[in-house]
Design a protein around this ligand. Structure first.
Ligand code: ARG
Ligand code: ZN
Length: 852
């Protein structure tokens, strides 16, 4: 491995050389690939001196180099420590490099690699240097021409970025040349070769251009691509209507591959996707999967403007494109589905992933100051908190000014590699707001708290707010934020006396209103700021029944649940008022998905985040107690909700059908806590007779966690039915790895030998090992065997795929907060990992942060 070096934002310097044109030729063979890379390069200095050109290169076999068509002798260049140096270069020249790579042995899945029999690429952030020597940084933008030569039979489909320019045949081989007129950084380069199935469609843009749309997949999976295609067309139209952004090439290609480190990649004109985010049909995919496809397809499409046309100057600016693009895909999903449900789901995900990260030793600002491995910074903070920051700007500016501001951003920076400052300039310029203080959201870490105290006297309602800002990891003080806080005051009927968006900027603030009677406060409506609210007094019971803001209604029910569970933990006492409110919600006439969210009890992770010293057992016990109680008090009501909404043959993905599945599976899960035979029969029946994967998985999960016997029968039925479909098998592994039953670790270990399991396929690793590492009950078992197992896997997988291994290491992030017993056990394993010979820098960075 290369030496461990920390890269700092403050050290940013403009590139010394620029590449304006990059012509690539790939000759693909079974056991190696020859890359010929011809670049037009120009020095940024104009002084006619001779300079050394430095090109990033990892694991490349150089064959030959030509400068202005003259072959370079060995003395003119050297290759060491992942840098190829070419000495004494003129101001302007062409450099041709021929090198050899071995995609079939590339298990890191970065650069050019093989997913099954398909050649594909993943270059963000720094994969291109594993293909050919290059100035591999996003502020170097070139126009690419790519020729791919391969066996015609094995690789009939040859794809790269841009528009297709020409095709040729030579005996058993053929070649295709692609030309991308838009200058782009190397991380957006892509290549695909394989024997692929395809579905086509087309889209007419607002200025009347007809775009050819293709989705490629493994042969035989074509019929599973239609939802992705629908979503793509919806996204194209939405971006025209909402942002005035139109697509800019003749062709838009998407390819689904099974081996992919992340969700998907926005390469110009040639998106490459984890097949999980493309392939679906009613029998094989859950409702959640369908929603995931819609949002990721849109996300990658939206990157064409926010990411590709305007890209990042350096990787510290990642949130410039990711925060903004996540915000865009969240709004898209909210527009196409239920706004209220979408917002709650987004906040839930933020708190489960980002808040936890922000309270851990790997906490960082949305714009980090340094990194060892950039791959470790594709985080919930950069993405999801980044999206919340954009959302706050949207709230501060309002719809109309926000649109003016994004127009200005696109006009001003099209074709450039820019910084978050440039973005903020456009927002404040067109939005006519001063965002100087707001900018702290980019540079400070941790989740701010807002202390709320209320007073009512002489017909005056007084609201006092105090910002409490956490220190940095090193203990330095951080400053107070500027943010929008949407509030309402309600009367006893729940009617709004007023609704206002306050702008908060000081440590202490006081607001007051004249009101006839004491109002009820509805605060942080729509979750207008990503903060934690601490109220001196609360009206959860009232707000969860009556608030007109669906987010606050959800939030109040959720906080009420948290308080109730904590009362059980501390006094072993179930709050009757909560139980009553739960009954009230069961009867209420609401959108069914929204209702399912209101009825969901707080997660184990929510309670864990509130513990000073983490101990899972009491949380699990309290949860079980509350659920059993609710299920027995409301058994009849729950059963009737189940029966009214269980339509086993309805496999539509229209919203009403999805809503029905959401509510009935929520109540079924609760009912199953009783362990009654009549309920288990319902579950079994649902597994046997439902035609959707959503229902089957819900039933299977319940069976696995409640009954040994029926569970085993259904699980083996499921396995037999779907063992040839890896995407479905991911769900099977995940259910077993998340199981709360005794013996889960042993079963997970045994499953590694299952024919279907393959440690080289990230989705499978995530489903089995990744899910186990987030199974608090078994990962944190007091015998330490859960820790030992995951540590062994990290060490083993690190040799295959460092990105996967460091993602697994994330499970140890709560180390610091664990109780003494678990902490000691964790520490021993972390030390073992960090002292492993030739550990990747990815893993080193994460584990080292956890330990210090
Ligand atoms: N830009 C991609 C997306 O958000 C993700 C790329 C992730 N790459 C990585 N090496 N972690 O759509
Ligand atoms: Zn993205």
């Amino acid at each position: 491995m290369s030496e461990i070096k920390e890269i700092y934002l403050k050290d940013y310097k403009q590139p010394e050389f620029k590449v304006s044109k990059c012509d690539l030729c790939f000759e693909l063979y079974d056991d190696y690939t020859i890359v010929t890379n011809t670049m037009n390069i120009e020095s940024s200095k104009k002084d006619n001196q001779l300079y050394t050109l430095k090109l990033n290169s990892i694991d490349l076999e150089l064959i030959e180099l030509y400068l202005n068509d003259l072959k370079l002798s060995d003395a003119r260049y050297s290759y060491k420590d992942e840098v190829l140096s070419v000495y004494n270069t003129p101001n302007k020249f062409s450099l041709k490099i021929k090198n050899k790579i071995y995609p079939q042995n590339n298990t890191e899945l970065e650069g050019l690699y093989k997913s099954g029999s398909i050649f594909c690429t993943q270059n963000e952030p720094e994969g291109f240097r594993r293909i050919t020597p290059y100035i591999d940084r996003p502020d170097v933008m070139a126009v690419y021409t790519t020729t791919i030569i391969a066996d015609k039979k094995k690789y009939p489909v040859l794809l790269s970025n841009g528009n297709k320019q020409s095709e040729n045949q030579y005996g058993d081989k053929h070649s295709v040349t692609w030309f991308d007129p838009h200058p782009k950084p190397s991380y957006l380069f892509a290549l695909v070769a394989g024997d692929l199935g395809v579905i086509n469609d087309s889209f007419r843009t607002m200025s009347g251009n007809d775009i050819e749309l293709n989705i490629y997949c493994d042969l035989g999976n074509e019929s599973k691509c239609f939802h992705a295609m629908r979503s793509l067309k919806d996204a194209m139209l939405w971006d025209e209507e909402k942002y005035g952004r139109e697509y800019d090439l003749d062709i838009y290609n998407i390819v689904a591959v099974d081996s992919f480190n992340m969700g998907a990649m926005e390469n110009k004109g040639l998106n490459i996707f984890n097949s999980h985010y493309v392939l679906a049909n009613e029998e094989l995919a859950t409702d959640r999967d369908f929603m995931g496809i819609q949002s990721v397809i849109a996300h990658e499409y939206f990157h064409n403007w926010t990411g590709n046309r305007i890209t990042c100057r350096d990787w510290f600016q990642l949130t410039l494109k990711e925060g903004l693009t996540v915000f865009r895909d969240q709004c898209f999903s909210a527009d196409l589905n239920s706004k209220e449900v979408a917002r709650i789901e987004d906040v839930k995900a933020l708190r489960e992933r980002q808040f936890v990260e922000d309270a851990s030793p790997t906490s960082h600002p949305i714009q980090p100051e340094s990194y060892i491995s950039m791959n470790n910074f594709y985080t919930a903070t950069v993405y999801e908190k980044g999206a919340e920051v954009i959302r706050m700007i949207h709230t501060l500016l309002g719809e109309e000014k926000y649109r003016k501001a994004t127009d200005l951003y696109f006009e001003s920076f099209d074709g450039q590699a820019v910084t978050t400052k440039d973005f903020l300039w456009a927002m404040s310029e067109a939005g006519k707001v001063d965002l100087t203080q707001f900018e702290r959201w980019y540079h400070q870490n941790g989740t701010p708290r807002l202390l709320v105290s209320e007073k009512y006297e002489n017909n005056k309602y007084i609201l006092r707010l105090t910002q409490v800002i956490p220190n940095t990891l090193e203990g330095q003080r951080q400053r107070v934020y500027f943010f929008p806080l949407k509030i309402a005051l309600l009367n006893e009927e729940g009617k709004e006396i007023l609704e206002e968006t306050l702008t908060i900027s000081k440590e202490f603030e006081e607001f007051s209103w004249e009101t006839d009677s004491k109002p009820i406060l509805s605060i942080n409506r729509d979750f207008s700021a990503p903060i934690i609210i601490k109220q001196e007094q609360n009206d959860y019971q009232f707000l969860s029944r009556h608030d007109s803001n669906s987010f606050v209604r959800y939030e109040s029910m959720h906080s009420f649940g948290v308080d109730t569970l904590e009362k059980i933990i501390h006094n072993d006492e179930i709050d009757r008022e909560f139980v009553d409110t739960y009954g009230y919600i069961l009867d209420a006439d609401l959108n069914l998905s929204f209702k399912a969210l209101l009825l969901e009890l707080p997660s184990v992770s929510t309670l864990m985040q509130r513990q000073e010293v983490v101990d899972f057992e009491p949380i699990y016990e309290a949860n079980e107690k509350l659920q059993k109680h609710l299920a027995s008090v409301y058994k009849d009501k729950l059963l009737s909700i189940y029966k009214n909404n269980h339509l086993p043959k309805d496999d539509s993905i229209e919203s009403l059908s999805m809503d029905r599945r959401a509510i009935k599976n929520r109540v079924l899960k609760l009912l199953s806590m009783l362990g009654d035979e009549d309920i288990i029969d319902l579950v079994k029946n649902q597994y046997d007779n439902s035609s959707t994967m959503t229902d089957k998985i819900a039933a299977l999960d319940i069976l696995e966690n409640t009954t040994q016997k029926e569970g085993a029968v259904s699980l083996s039925d499921f396995y037999q039915r779907y063992k040839n479909d890896t995407l479905v098998m991911n769900k099977y592994f995940a259910i077993l790895a998340a199981s709360e039953r005794e013996g889960t670790l042993d079963r997970v270990m045994a499953l590694q030998n299952d024919d279907v399991y393959d440690e080289k396929i990230p989705n499978l690793v995530r489903s089995l090992i990744g899910v186990f590492a987030r199974n608090y009950k078994h990962f944190h078992s007091k015998d330490g065997l859960g820790y030992k197992f995951v540590a062994d896997k990290i060490i083993e997988i690190d040799k295959i795929n460092a990105q996967m291994a460091s993602a697994l290491a994330g499970a140890f992030k709560i180390y610091e907060k664990m109780n003494e017993t678990n902490k000691k056990l964790m520490k021993a394993e972390l030390k073992r990992v960090v002292s492993t010979h030739s550990l990747s820098k990815n893993c080193y960075e994460i584990v080292n942060k956890i330990l210090t």
